[in-house]
Design a protein around this ligand. Structure first.
Ligand code: UDP
Length: 482
């Protein structure tokens, strides 16, 4: 019987798709006896983790979660760090002794068939390799983004200035070019996070394979580029498996009870509501929240808007990462806004059951921060998007959605990333009812069908999954023989 160990990085977006991978493996491989998921202790991101974990544990007894002990920060206070990614890389690196102990104890009775890790957890590759465990990366963003990531060491040699200062088009061979300012947020400056991302990229190539949460017809150029090595000329790329879309099962992320906002959606006309949701970490300044409110009010469009407290103005990294303080909507939104829009709008604090919302017949458009899970969820339900990226690789995803795939309208912003109310008004009207909105809706509905087909018995993602499952046995034998 086979044992699989998964090692996601902190953050609900990374955890959910990794858990879905575990469930998928269980449903396709009767020989798997256990899936163990290592959960790093990382107090700087709060989310609805525990209810999610307990709901998965009770529905899937073969999935076990192990919480890793906490590791102290080398530089003490979080404010001594560049950004959250910097803390993540350090913490996950310092977790190696704990990971080693877990892997040794799990493999005591029989070997581990595959160790599947998030890219933030790359330091553990060294350990698993030394234990001869076949080790794969699971990439929680798309294939195009993977092609970009693989090129970081190449860009590092070509450009001596930071991406933030460059003002250049960055080419991804065989794919497309993006402006340097659309680069992944933590690599914009040449700090500690930047060098970690370059190392991540080098480590992808040392693994036994890379699993990507996408499907072939969604990112054809990137899939081809990765399969044929076109996107990283002169360097071998390990086998790549496109097995998506992996999306949380409806019901997993709300603790079982039907949320109030779904009842509100029940009373709205079909495809009339624009949903505005910005992932697990999306926050706006007070000024920006006002502008959104004015734009929504002037648009006359029905809306469901998830609002989080604005971040503190000081660079208090600790506050940025911890759960925001209790939010008083009346004190942060324009006076009378909630009252004036109460017949056609609902504002919800902090967290909603997004998957159920996107699947609701009343939702006709999604203003999204372009997190990869959110994108896949919108595609799965055929909901067209307005792309308003905020952090991580989301600016890159915006280019992909708007210019390459054609399933989102852009939310245009000023140089300092401010979006004015008239732009918000225009885009929410367009996505619900306009020629431009119809074009992206038509394309996303086509992709919805393709996404379903790809996970059918003979679909490309199912085939890729089977190939992946076969690969770990081959890898195991090869490693034992050498
Ligand atoms: N999510 C949710 N409710 C919320 C915010 C987010 O259920 O109010 C879920 C969303 O459905 C998605 C995940 O959290 O599965 C966020 O992942 P994504 O990659 O979109 O963004 P991230 O939070 O990682 O930036």
């Amino acid at each position: 019987m086979e044992k699989i160990v998964l090692y996601p990085s902190p953050g609900i977006g990374h955890l959910i798709s990794m858990v879905e991978l575990g469930k998928l493996l269980l449903s396709h491989t009767s020989s798997i006896s256990s899936i163990t998921i290592l959960i790093p202790n990382f107090p700087f991101i709060k989310g609805s983790y525990s209810s999610y974990i307990s709901s998965v544990s009770s529905s899937f007894p073969s999935i076990t979660f192990i919480s890793l002990p906490s590791v102290p920060l080398l530089h003490g206070d979080p404010s001594n760090y560049e950004n959250m990614e910097h803390i993540l890389f350090e913490t996950l690196g310092n977790n190696n002794p704990n990971v080693l102990q877990c892997l040794q104890s799990i493999s005591e009775s029989s070997p581990i068939s595959a160790f599947i890790i998030d890219f933030f957890c790359y330091p553990s590759l060294e350990i698993s390799k030394s234990l001869e465990i076949p080790t794969y990366f699971f990439f929680t963003s798309g294939a195009s983004c993977m092609a970009l990531f693989l090129n970081f060491p190449v860009y590092d040699k070509i450009y001596s200035d930071s991406f933030r200062n460059l003002d250049a088009m960055i080419e991804i061979p065989g794919l497309f070019s993006v402006h340097s300012s659309y680069m992944v947020e933590p690599v914009l400056d040449r700090g500690k996070s930047y060098s970690e991302f370059v190392k991540v990229s080098e480590n992808f190539r040392k693994s036994d394979g890379i699993i990507i949460n996408t499907f072939e017809s969604l990112e054809e150029k990137a899939v081809m580029g990765l399969k044929q090595g076109i996107c990283l000329p002169g360097n071998p790329i390990p086998p790549v498996y496109f097995i998506g879309p992996l999306i949380a099962t409806r019901g997993d992320n709300n603790g079982g009870e039907r949320d109030e906002c779904l009842g509100w959606l029940d009373s709205q006309p079909s495809q009339s509501v624009v949903y505005l949701g910005f992932g697990s970490r999306g926050m706006f300044s007070m000024e920006q929240l006002w502008e959104i409110a004015i734009g929504l009010e002037n648009s006359g469009v029905r809306f469901l808007w998830v609002v989080r407290s604005p971040p503190p103005t000081s660079r208090d990294i600790n506050n940025v990462f911890l759960a925001p303080p209790e939010l008083d909507l009346n004190s942060i939104l324009p006076e009378g806004f909630l009252d004036r829009t109460k017949d056609r709008g609902l504002v919800v604090k902090s967290w909603v059951p997004q998957i159920q919302i996107l699947g609701h017949r009343s939702v006709g458009g999604f203003v999204t921060h372009c997190g990869w899970n959110s994108i896949l969820e919108a595609i799965d339900d055929g909901v067209p998007m307005v792309a308003w990226p905020l952090y991580a690789e989301q600016r890159f995803n915006k280019v992909l959605l708007v210019e390459e795939i054609g399933i989102a309208l852009p939310m245009n912003e000023s140089k300092d990333r401010f979006v004015c109310s008239s732009e918000i008004e225009k885009r929410v009207k367009q996505i619900i009812s306009s020629k431009e909105g119809d074009v992206v809706r038509k394309r996303v509905l086509e992709l919805k069908d393709e996404a379903k087909a790809t996970i059918n018995e003979e679909g490309s993602s199912s085939v890729a999954l089977k190939t992946f499952i076969k690969s770990w046995n081959k890898t195991l034998h090869r490693e034992r023989e050498t």
